[in-house]
Design a protein around this ligand. Sequence first.
Ligand code: ATP
Length: 506
Amino acid sequence: MAIQESDLMQKIVSLSKRRGFVFQSSEIYGGLKSAYDYGPLGVELKRNLMAEWWRAMVHEREDVVGLDASIIMHPDVWKASGHLAGFSDPLVDCRNCKERFRADKAPKVEAGTDIDYLEGGKKGGKKLKAKAERSYVCPQCGSPDLSPERQFNLMFRSNIGPVDVLGRITEVVERERNLTGADLRAKIEEVVKESAVYLRPETAQAMFVQFLNVQQTMSMKVPFGIAQMGKSFRNEVTVEHFIFRSCEFEQMEMEYFCEPGTQGQWLDYWVEQRMAWWRAFANNKDKFRTRAHEKAELAHYADRCYDIEYDYPWGWGELEGVASRTDYDLKKHSESSGTKLSYFDQNKNDPATGKPGYRYTPYVIEPAAGATRGLLVYLIDAYHEEAVPDAKGEDATRVTLRLHPRLAPIKVAVLPLVKKDGMPEAARKVVDTFFKAGINVRYDEQHAIGKRYRRHDEAGTPYCLTIDGQTLTDGTVTIRDRDTMKQERIAADRALEVVQERLRKI
Ligand code: ATP
């Protein structure tokens, strides 16, 4: 059934809440803008997604190992990486409708052209016209009447240790009575920075900083990678599209260290690998594409970069970036820390001198994906509606989350047809075999069987095992497939084996 694109997000947000995937954070207090909680099914989906990434990137590879670093790192890490100075968005306020937005994400226009917009951005407002001074306009009302761009650091700052920051600021203000404006602000900034720490805005930097420890302890030979997944924090100015962009989110990143000169081939390799991975779990594989960055778009340290994009209900947007970051990060951290982050290959000759042994700073390819953004992509990909008559034979819409079985929060629901006649006991026996095999199974006896099927269709549960009267006489159960609704009878004591077979990686 075709769903209006504009309705799709609304349906997904509503299903996420109804079925316990995603809740607004602190909802009973009115919610915190751009913060979300992953409910009973959401946490399972997120974990499964991240476990699949870990499996593909670490467990199934001899050349990649893992890391789980601190979220709060030494502040010099962020100075060296450029995040303290440069990790900012150009921020603009609209003078007409007061919207605050990111200049780099605003609708583009040709500078110098006349633009029509409405006063206050409202219907019925006076018609206005102005010349566009910049190459973009307000995303809310289309006005070219904008404040100057301001840089805004996206890192969350806190202070570490038993320091009374407010007390220290008060001292400065009292002592420096002759200072005002920018000078006073600079003095206060100095005091705050003495004990300042930052929540990491990406997981990547720890992999550079721990390059030597990881390489040496695991005797890794270039090319090799270090992978990490976990929380990152950005004080995003515009938060949008549900969990697409939030201030606290999860990333899955890998730094792949390679010999200078080989980065081009490794970039192509990783773009292909990552694209295949996203598609492997999706129903609509043509909704993913790669987009090469234009020269002007490249970060200053990157020599090439691709975005893996998804066709969201509001259009194509980033899901993962795969960047060739040169030797920028390792060199910066070497300079800044005084520890040389390089690699010695004793089997190669130095290309400059021709002598045996080659010491170099590895180049890096970085596939950087969003786990929470990935979760949204798979919810969108899985959402499916079809017209199926209900138990009374009346027209009804069946909503299914066609999640890949390996991502599905609950793999199997075991349902006694009725709550009596020994069926619950027989069902619990089946449940037990799944517990022992470590497969997430749910025993569910509430409501009529049809209602339970629908509930598990919406939860994305790929298989329902139903225990009925026949189970008690011949030891068989039915296994129902979420997508086709087909039911087959199988021996109850083979149920685990049958499900395991179906869950095996494709
Ligand atoms: P965007 O252009 O969308 O702001 P970015 O280029 O800043 O993203 P990266 O720094 O490359 O993003 O981060 C890698 C991945 O982390 C992104 O592709 C995205 O999936 C995810 N990500 C980044 N910022 C956020 C956020 N605020 N909320 C959720 N996911 C995010």
